[in-house]
Write a protein that binds this ligand. Structure first.
Ligand code: SF4
Ligand code: SF4
Ligand code: SF4
Length: 573
């Protein structure tokens, strides 16, 4: 351990720690911009400069190592002056369109400029005017708001190993984009949105579909239905001041209902349905010598990654559609037939943690079963626009016939959740008596988890990974024959959908603190699962009703038509 003082406060931290880490241990906050815990640590923006004994001049706290007896001052006139100058230089070339910026009030540059009293016109330069990149259905890049912190580049490279974006040009002309100035859509980008949630300003945002939803709701010929993904209940509250990890399911349902004349369904139902179909497919592959390991297919970011990077492994993907697309297909078939609705007049809105699902909903094979996919952030904006006082709402329940789902469906939102829910049902399918419900080995936010289970005389070897850099490790091990898994769950976003690219953006002071945000959000789902009356997907009365009335049985011809799909090998850029 190394002993030092931060602003006179004694603190002891492990050798090799940075001043920023020591300051966090002493409960002292140092402002940052290019630093993001677990994503980027470059020491380039100079916002975190401090004075330290033994150092010449100001040093960047995020990269400068501590030493025994060091004394650090984080709030001297020299530090404040330097930070203010940094902000004024950043503002000199910034498109100052704060009023209509989606990050207004959650922008790190705006917050720090206010705190330091930065003069936005001190170094006024030519007005920037770079065209927006709107080429993809999920993301908008506005480089005139970019501060070149490169957190997005680090997220895409370090977390996802996709490297779809990087710095282009030199000196003053440097900017971020896909190689050879191609638009985002002509790159290996998988749409995960991890760059969006990493961005401290409004340079990267989701492509909003909110106006389409308002328009459909105002159309008397349209019936509008919403369904919400499992993780949204665990994160939406953050937009309304609830602590991280608060389950706001009841108020979320009430708020959507108050947006207009809509019905609100529970997407955990099709998470349960995915489990039935996926477990059935796994059991079939195990018994009939099908392609193993089988990989989950509920994450469209992961699917696009395989299509670009490992097209030879496509037969290993489960053929199940994602829960979003299963829900859309069921609504436009079963639900429309049952309620005598023309599918053309049913407007389906999914609320998801994810930007990749915006891309997925437009894939041609899905025939617009989901008309619009809204992120958690977009739903929050609609609730605020409608003047709904979220915190004062009563708790309400989802609408029938898609109200009741299981705890297994709810934990889909966290890494390991799909695996655990699938094991509950696959084990039951292999051995009718198997009733274990907790598979704790696959829980938690570790990047890769492995476990082995004995069921009905079979050894089932499983692995769970989140973050595409970890998925790539698993893929390479499987291809090289170093691992012989039976079943693998992959989620593109580190920690799973609770940490998806469409989730609320929290301030840097929360993200860089010692809180484990992924674990807190996941805990809300596991607590919900524990309290739920029915925890195994195969026990759900809604699932029994759907197979009884429409889908016949898992893997039936009807189920295949409605709930399964195929994949496309894509160009690798
Ligand atoms: S959406 Fe994901 S893959 Fe695409 S650029 Fe951003 S981080 Fe990279
Ligand atoms: S787009 Fe955002 S995250 Fe990326 S370099 Fe610019 S400001 Fe930083
Ligand atoms: S992990 Fe979840 S939020 Fe992230 S890309 Fe996949 S489905 Fe979307």
């Amino acid at each position: 351990m190394v002993n030092l003082k931060i602003n006179g406060i004694s603190v002891s931290v492990p050798e090799g720690s940075t001043i920023l880490q020591a300051a966090a241990a002493a409960n002292v906050e140092i402002p940052t911009l290019c630093y993001l815990k677990g994503v980027n640590c470059a020491g380039s923006c100079r916002m975190c400069v401090v004075e330290a004994t033994g150092a010449r001049g100001l040093v960047a706290a995020c990269v400068y190592p501590v030493s025994e007896g060091m004394e650090v001052q984080t709030n001297t006139p020299k530090c404040r002056q330097s930070r203010k100058m940094t902000l004024e230089l950043l503002l000199s070339s910034h498109k100052k369109k704060c009023l209509s910026c989606l990050r207004n009030t959650s922008c790190e540059l705006q917050r720090l400029s206010l705190e330091y009293g930065a003069d936005e016109d001190r170094f006024a330069s030519a007005k920037p005017d770079t065209p927006l990149d709107t080429s993809s259905p999920f993301l908008i890049r506005d480089n005139d708001k970019c501060i070149n912190c490169r957190r997005c580049v680090a997220a895409c490279k370090n977390l996802q190993s996709v490297e779809a974006i990087g710095p282009i040009g030199r000196g003053y002309a440097v900017h971020i984009g896909a190689a050879f100035e191609r638009p985002t859509i002509e790159s290996n980008c998988v749409g995960c949105g991890q760059c969006i949630v990493a961005c401290p300003v409004g340079a990267l945002t989701e492509k909003s579909n909110v106006d389409e939803v308002w328009k459909a709701m105002a159309d008397p010929d349209k019936k509008v239905v919403f369904f919400t993904a499992p993780s949204v209940r665990a994160t939406l509250g953050e937009e309304f001041g609830y602590p991280v990890g608060t389950n706001v399911e009841g108020r979320m349902v009430a708020a959507i209902r108050r947006l207009g004349n809509v019905e609100v369904f529970n997407m955990d139902v099709t998470a349960d349905l995915t489990i039935l179909e996926e477990a059935n497919e796994l059991v079939w592959r195990v018994r009939n010598g099908g392609k193993l390991p089988m990989f989950t297919s509920c994450c469209p970011g992961w699917i696009k990654f395989v299509e670009h990077t490992y097209p030879d492994m496509l037969p290993h993907l489960s053929t199940c559609k994602s829960p979003q697309q299963m829900f859309g297909a069921l609504l436009k078939t079963y639900y429309c037939e049952k309620n005598d609705i023309d599918p053309e007049n049913l407007f389906v809105v999914s609320v998801i943690p994810c930007t990749a699902k915006k891309y997925e909903s437009g894939r041609p094979e899905f025939r617009k079963d989901v008309d619009v996919a809204l992120t958690t952030r977009e739903l929050a904006r609609m609730i605020k626009t409608a003047g709904i006082k979220f915190t004062e709402l009563p708790e309400e329940q989802f609408d029938e016939p898609f109200r009741i789902a299981t705890g297994g469906g709810a934990i889909f939102g966290a890494t390991g959740g799909v695996m655990e829910a699938a094991l509950r049902t696959a084990a039951h399918m292999l051995d009718g008596k198997f009733e274990v419900l907790d598979f704790k080995e696959v829980r938690g936010t570790e990047p890769i988890k492995e476990a082995k289970y004995k069921v009905a005389g079979l050894t089932v070897k499983v692995a769970v990974a989140s973050g595409l850099a970890n998925a790539r490790k698993i893929m390479e091990d499987v291809k090289a024959g170093r691992k012989d898994y039976t079943f693998v769950e992959i989620m593109a976003c580190p920690g799973g959908c609770v940490n998806g690219g469409g989730q609320p953006t929290l301030s840097d002071s929360i993200r860089n603190s010692n809180l484990d945000l992924r674990a807190l959000r996941a805990k809300a789902l596991y607590t919900f699962d524990k309290k739920t009356e029915i925890r195994a997907s195969h026990d759900s009365p809604t699932i029994k009703m759907l197979y009884g009335e429409y889908l016949e049985q898992p893997g039936s011809r009807k189920a295949h038509e409605c709930l399964h799909t195929e994949y496309t090998a894509r160009k690798k850029y």
